[in-house]
Design a protein around this ligand. Structure first.
Ligand SMILES: [Fe+2]
Ligand SMILES: [Fe+2]
Length: 356
C-alpha cells in the first residue's frame, strides 16, 4: 500500500501520516499517476482486462507458484472444510449479542472502536453513503461508492489480521496445558482451525490481487501491534478476548453482507465476471456451477458467521474447566448441539446451560 509509483507521491508520503496516506490513496479516484495499493486480478477474464492499475503486465507475478517437489502429488488442507449448503449460506443473518456484563461492554467498545478506526482510514463510510443515497443516489455513488479495488484492499488487510486471535489463543492454551500439566479439553484445535480458515480467506484474496509495498508494511505493523495486544488481553481475560472476537466477527458478517448486496445490485460489475480461484474451489469444495465471486463471498461470510458463533459460545464458558462444545461427542446426538458445520447455527452463540 505504500507503493507510490511516482516521485510526486513519494515526496508527499514523507510529509503525511500513514493514516492520511491510506485515506488519501483509498479515496483517490484519479487515474494515470494514481498510486497502487494492490493490483486486482480477475479470474475468468483475459489478462488484458486489468481495469485497476497502470502497473505493467510483467510486474504482476504469480502468487504461490507450484513447489519444486517432483515426488509430491498434492498437499491437501490440514483441516478439511465442512460442507455448507447454498440454503445455509443464504440464510446467514446479521446478528448482535447484547453486551450485559462489564467485560462484554469493554469488548464491544473495543470492537466498535477498531471498526471505526479502520473505516476512517480506509474511507469506508457506509452510514454517510446510505444517508446521501436517500437524497441523491448518483452523488452517493460518486462520493462513497465502494469499488472492487476498495473492497479488495479492505478484505486483504482485515483477513491478514483475522488469523491472529485463533493462533494466539491456541498457542496460549497449548502452553498453559503443558506448563500447568492439565488437559485443554479440545479448545486448541478449534482455535487453530479458525486461524487456518482465516489464512485461507487471505490466500484466496491474494490470488485475485497483488499487494504493493505499502499494503505489506501496513499488514506488518498491524500484525505486530495486534498480536501483542491480543496476547496480553488473552492472558488477562480469555473470556473477554473471545467476546471481542465474537463482536469483530459480527462486523465481518456485516461487511461481507454489504459486499454481496453491492454485487447483486450491479455495483461491482467486474466481480460479476470473476470466478473463484482454484485454491478456493478446492478448499471449500465449491460444486460445479457455484464458483462465482458471489458464491465465494457467501462461503467466506458463512465462515465469519461460524467464527462469530464459536467465539461467543467460548466466551460463555468456564475457560479453565469446560470442554470445547465444538469438539465434543454428545450423549443425545439427536438434540441440536454445536457442530463444525452450519447445521444448528446460533448467531449469538450457545449458552453454557444449553450445551454442557
Ligand atoms: Fe475471514
Ligand atoms: Fe473471521
Amino acid at each position: 500500500m505504500l507503493s507510490t509509483r511516482t516521485a510526486t507521491h513519494t515526496s508527499l508520503a514523507s510529509k503525511q501520516t500513514g493514516a492520511q496516506i491510506l485515506k488519501t490513496l483509498t479515496s483517490s479516484t484519479s487515474t494515470g499517476l494514481r498510486p497502487t495499493f494492490i493490483v486486482v486480478r480477475q479470474y475468468g477474464l483475459t489478462n488484458s482486462h486489468r481495469n485497476f492499475s497502470t502497473t505493467p503486465q510483467h510486474r504482476i507475478k504469480e502468487f504461490f507458484p507450484e513447489a519444486d517437489a517432483p515426488s509430491v502429488r498434492k498437499t491437501p488442507a490440514a483441516w478439511p472444510h465442512p460442507i455448507y449448503t447454498p440454503d445455509q449460506m443464504a440464510a446467514i443473518p446479521i446478528a448482535h449479542r447484547e453486551a450485559t456484563t462489564f467485560s462484554d461492554k469493554c469488548a464491544l467498545g473495543l470492537a466498535r472502536f477498531a471498526r471505526w478506526g479502520l473505516d476512517t482510514v480506509s474511507g469506508y463510510k457506509h452510514d454517510k453513503a446510505v444517508a446521501l443515497a436517500e437524497k441523491d443516489l448518483a452523488a452517493a455513488q460518486t462520493k462513497y461508492g465502494m469499488t472492487e479495488e476498495k473492497y479488495m484492499i479492505r478484505n486483504i488487510f482485515l483477513e491478514s489480521i483475522a488469523g491472529v486471535p485463533g493462533m494466539v489463543a491456541g498457542m496460549l492454551r497449548h502452553l498453559h496445558s503443558m506448563r500447568r500439566m492439565k488437559r485443554d479439553n479440545g479448545w486448541i484445535e478449534t482455535l487453530l482451525e479458525e486461524s487456518y480458515n482465516e489464512r485461507m480467506h487471505l490466500l484466496t484474496f491474494l490470488k485475485m490481487a497483488e499487494p504493493g509495498p505499502f499494503m505489506r508494511l501496513m499488514v506488518l505493523g498491524a500484525q505486530g501491534v495486534f498480536f501483542n495486544a491480543f496476547f496480553v488481553a488473552y492472558l488477562v481475560s480469555p473470556r473477554a478476548a473471545h467476546r471481542f472476537v465474537g463482536y469483530i466477527e459480527e462486523e465481518a458478517v456485516i461487511t461481507y453482507t454489504r459486499e454481496i448486496a453491492d454485487l447483486e445490485a450491479g455495483r461491482l460489475p467486474l466481480w460479476e465476471k470473476t470466478v473463484a480461484p482454484d485454491i478456493a474451489v478446492e478448499y471449500w469444495k465449491m460444486p460445479e456451477g457455484h464458483r462465482t465471486m458471489r458464491d465465494l463471498l457467501l462461503y467466506i461470510r458463512a465462515d465469519e458467521a461460524k467464527h462469530r458463533e464459536v467465539n461467543h459460545t467460548l466466551g460463555n464458558l468456564d475457560q479453565k474447566n469446560d470442554p470445547n462444545p465444538y469438539a465434543s461427542v454428545y450423549k443425545d446426538a439427536s438434540k441440536p448441539h454445536p457442530t463444525k458445520g452450519m447445521e444448528h447455527h446460533k448467531p449469538t452463540g450457545w449458552e453454557r446451560s444449553d450445551v454442557l
